[in-house]
Design a protein around this ligand. Structure first.
Ligand code: KG4
Ligand code: ZN
Length: 335
């Protein structure tokens, strides 16, 4: 079965074509970083307008690069929640129009569940019980996933991890998105840097699986103000160390609580090189099987949407053309 996926939940317009949920025939992503850069974060109104400009070209490009025409696809998967409403509407409208024109089944996809599906491209069997860490610009969530069921067991109580990377990068005078820049800067530290500069690990010692990053951001801001001579790479590294430590420790604790030894790490922040290498080391040590997709499948993309669309269509009927968008995830804490 060949599925077209469409993703526009935040600021990336993406279309992908995936065969049988596993073979990526095309995965086109048009980013918008240049339009949001001067604001230091995504401006919803600009995002929606740019999706409108990009979406048809991106879909056409995906067909061209797969060497297929719309007649060749069997179904359309589209992200319809959660996300920015104006952004979601553009992708959903494009998907519905194609579904109607070409008489193809339409399936609405949950963005967080789709992020987790990216781990299946890295070898994770679909539906296997596991704990997922979804860390992006909009979400930091821990989920217990089994079969078709997602159970939210922890989430950020304020900023998302990616948002903290973006805000700290802004404080340090770097561009947007800040995550990749902090990642690069931190890697420039010598083995004895950042010395004794250690930022707090928020909520690490709490028994729940929630996160908080806004106090950490404030601690970085205070440090920059009071110690302006600290090289930015050292501040970046100490900040990244704190985030990575909290994310790994809480995820592995959640896996133990859920009695699973399989963990997926997905979302834009999973592209972080320190997070990837330290997760791999800690999981090896604790005999946990870790699935982290390649970086291009960690950030927003439609291949994960098409892949999950395939699986959903095996298990449930398609959606009607009156499917709507929802800014909320519809998930509430359960544990
Ligand atoms: O999943 P994604 O593309 O979009 C959302 O759904 O939010 O994630 C984007 C976020 C941004 O906050 C970006 O700074 C962060 O992921 N990010 C990173 C890295 N690459 C992207 N954060 C840390 N290190 C990276 N290498
Ligand atoms: Zn995302």
């Amino acid at each position: 079965m060949i599925v077209l996926g469409i993703e526009t939940s935040c600021d990336d317009s993406s279309a992908a074509i995936v065969r049988d949920g596993s073979e990526i025939l095309a995965n086109i992503v048009a980013g918008q970083d240049q339009y949001h850069q001067k604001y230091g974060g995504v401006v919803p109104e600009i995002a929606a307008r740019k999706h409108l400009e990009h979406i048809l070209g991106v879909i056409q490009h995906s067909f061209d690069s797969a060497g297929l025409t719309p007649d060749a696809i069997d179904a359309i998967g589209v992200t319809h929640r959660p996300g920015l409403v104006g952004s979601l509407v553009v992708g959903l409208t494009a998907a519905k129009s194609l579904a109607w024109m070409y008489r193809k089944p339409l399936i609405g996809i949950h963005h967080i569940e789709a992020h987790d599906y990216a781990a299946c491209f890295a070898g994770m069997p679909y539906g296997i019980p596991h704990v997922a860490l979804v860390a992006s610009g909009g979400h930091t969530s821990l989920l217990y996933m089994t079969g078709q069921t997602l159970r939210l067991i922890g989430q950020t109580v304020d900023d998302a991890a990616g948002e903290a990377f973006d805000k700290v990068a802004k404080l340090l005078g770097f561009g947007y998105p800040g995550g990749p820049i902090i990642d690069r800067m931190a890697a420039e530290c010598t083995p004895d840097e950042p010395g004794n500069l250690v930022f707090p690990r928020p909520m690490l010692n709490r028994p729940d699986f929630n996160f908080s990053f806004s106090g950490l951001k404030t601690a970085v801001m205070y440090h920059i103000k009071t110690q302006p001579d600290t090289p930015p790479r050292e501040t970046a590294r100490a900040f990244q160390d704190a985030v990575v430590d909290v994310l790994i420790t809480k995820t592995l604790r959640a896996a133990a609580a859920c009695r699973v030894n399989i963990v997926s790490v997905v979302g834009g922040v999973a592209a972080n090189s320190a997070l990837r290498s330290q997760f791999a080391e800690r999981c090896r040590h604790e005999q946990i099987t870790l699935y982290i997709p390649p970086a291009r499948l960690c950030t927003d993309n439609a291949a994960m949407v098409a892949g999950l669309g395939f699986q959903k269509l095996l298990h449930q009927p398609p959606d009607n053309l009156d499917l709507g968008v929802d800014s909320h995830s519809g998930l509430s804490l359960a544990l």
